[in-house]
Design a protein around this ligand. Structure first.
Ligand code: RIB
Ligand code: CA
Length: 315
């Protein structure tokens, strides 16, 4: 069977790193590119982390640099408490050998989508700045996308009561994306229901045997996530971005329902950054979004264990 071409746009990020490792372990995926956006840590770090992940996981793909700042929002707050100063826990990258693509993230995403004649699946696991810029520069972009998934939004927030981080960082970008693309939205309501236990992390760590760079990366990320999740208020036991990738790999992992969703992007509104989901169909608008409403947590956890076994077999 022909592999599914995938581009992952993200802000690595510990959970982004698990997501990229999971995608790279999937035999049905051709990982075409990783594109970096500002978010968990400043853009220069998310860029370096995307480059480091490519080499640590030995991924034959491009890496392209995207936006350094949100479209309009004047301020950003990073998430080093959750992801570490570097953005990838305690990991220090060795001297990297490969260079980034000379295209911007938005040029690469569009050109690769056209080249794959509508077969490309795009997964955004960070703020949506790069996706909005792709749509602004190339208005015909939607016709070249097979499906589009995001980790973001949901029925509640983690920055404010209503706003989830990826949407909150760039609400204008998110509004424009939801207006122009059909979004498969993996939000906090399902990522929180997919949380790992300490025992799950212990099993991942025990499966991450071996000294290849990928297994060392996964072991370090698992040790960091387990330790950090025990600190009050931290959510490292919720591997948000990996659940998004898992739902692309296996349609049984998450159940989606169609709803009309818009993003509140007006600064000053109490719910700025909210993905407002018209659950009762009161807006009269046609559904534009497939909202993840249920998750098979044991299946998701087993996929993470399978990922560790995959990299452990590489010796
Ligand atoms: O709210 C969780 C999301 O924000 C995840 O994608 C995490 O990596 C951060 O980007
Ligand atoms: Ca992310």
């Amino acid at each position: 069977m022909r592999k599914i071409p995938i581009i992952i746009d993200g802000d690595p990020g510990v959970d982004d790193s698990f997501a990229i490792a999971l995608a790279n372990s999937c035999p049905d995926f051709e990982l075409v590119a990783l594109t970096a956006v500002e978010g968990n840590v400043p853009a220069e770090k998310t860029r370096l982390n995307a480059m480091g992940l490519r080499e640590a996981l030995d991924i034959n793909c491009a890496v392209a640099y995207g936006a350094e700042l949100p479209l309009e929002k004047a301020y950003l707050s990073y998430a080093e408490k959750t992801h570490g100063e570097s953005g990838v826990g305690t990991i220090q990258w060795p001297e990297l050998k490969k260079a980034p693509d000379d295209r911007s993230a938005w040029d690469l995403i569009y050109e690769e989508a056209v080249k794959r004649k509508g077969e490309l699946v795009l997964i955004a696991i960070g703020p949506l700045t790069n996706i909005a810029l792709t749509l602004r520069k190339y208005p015909d972009f939607p016709q070249y996308l097979k499906r589009f998934y995001i980790m973001g939004g949901g029925t509640f927030g983690n920055v404010t009561k209503q706003a989830e981080f990826n949407i909150w960082v760039d609400p204008l970008a998110a509004r424009e994306v939801f207006e122009k693309l059909e979004v498969h939205m993996v939000g906090l309501n399902v990522t929180h229901a997919s949380a790992l236990t300490e025992k799950d992390f212990d099993q991942m760590i025990s499966l991450c045997k071996g000294e290849n760079s990928a297994i060392r990366l996964l072991r370090d990320l698992s040790v960091f996530s387990k330790r950090n999740s025990l600190k009050s208020g931290m959510d490292n036991h919720i591997i948000h971005d990996a659940l998004t990738v898992a739902s692309v790999m296996d349609s049984e992992v998450v159940r989606y329902e169609p709803y009309y969703v818009y993003v509140e992007d007006k600064e000053g509104m109490e719910n700025v950054g909210e993905t407002v989901i018209d659950l009762a169909g009161q807006s009269g608008n046609q559904p534009n979004c497939l909202v993840a409403m249920e998750v098979n947590q044991p299946k998701f956890v087993e996929m993470l264990m399978e990922m560790c076994r995959y990299y452990a077999t590489k010796g």
